[in-house]
Write a protein that binds this ligand. Structure first.
Ligand code: C5P
Length: 227
């Protein structure tokens, strides 16, 4: 991270709303956005397509190292391309989510993606969302937020999102999947999901996106990170 580039990290579990808040905050500030989960999702797609098992650490890491991806924005939506193919819809499927949290538990995959993530810290600033943005990737970030919510609230949010995308989902299965993914993310040996010691914990249960954003913008102003 370049010392002059301010970074705000937003970490948290599945469905905490960090992706939405990070995107809205980056837009409000006119800063760059890093959706680090997208990188793990792209490695997951590459592994699924190549028939690579996440336990095969060397091959999984090889896929992460060679990841040929590109992000662009159109009408407020981020378009992710893998090997030139638009995978934005496939990226959010349950199959890919589960695989992403499995490849993310492989230390060599995380190491392969670290520098790629740090390269997003470009002027005028970066909003980075994920699981280890404040703890591992940007430990010197100016503002660290850990966004959370009850597992039921998070499952309901994800349910709505997936339904809107036309996926056939079952709420109780989704809740179990989220609990399993949280468990894997929080208990892995490398970069487990937990708030950085200097993170501000925000519980978004029962709060709207606008209400959470208002809280975060207030913190940004208090830190004088914006005019
Ligand atoms: O944030 P998102 O749900 O898109 O992330 C997908 C998966 O990628 C997570 O379940 C987690 O296992 C992994 N991930 C991670 N570290 C990050 C971002 C995502 O391990 N910084």
């Amino acid at each position: 991270m370049t010392a002059s580039v301010p970074v705000i990290t937003i970490d948290g579990p599945v469905g905490s709303g960090k992706g939405t808040i990070a995107a809205r905050l980056a837009e409000t500030l006119g800063w760059n956005l890093l959706d680090s989960g997208a990188l793990y999702r792209l490695v997951a797609i590459a592994a699924l397509d190549a028939g690579v098992k996440p336990e095969d650490a060397a091959r999984s890491a090889g896929l992460a190292q060679r990841l040929d991806c590109e992000f662009s924005q159109a009408r407020g939506e981020v378009i992710a391309r893998l090997g030139g193919v638009d995978v934005r819809n496939r990226m959010r499927t349950n199959e890919v989510s589960t695989m992403a949290s499995k490849v993310a538990a492989v230390p060599a995959v995380r190491a392969a993606l670290a520098e790629r993530q740090r390269a997003f810290a470009q002027p005028p600033g970066l909003v980075a969302d994920g699981r280890d943005m404040g703890t591992v990737i940007f430990p010197g970030a100016q503002l660290k937020i850990y966004l959370t919510a009850s597992v039921e609230a998070r499952a309901e949010r994800r349910y709505k999102q997936l339904k809107e995308k036309g996926e056939n989902v079952n709420l109780s299965r989704l809740l179990r999947d989220i609990e399993a993914r949280d468990h894997r993310d929080m208990n892995r040996e490398v970069a487990p999901l937990r708030p950085a010691h200097d993170a501000v914990v925000v519980d978004s249960t029962g709060l709207s996106v606008d209400e959470v954003l208002e809280k975060v913008v207030k913190m940004v102003k208090e830190k004088s990170l914006t005019i």
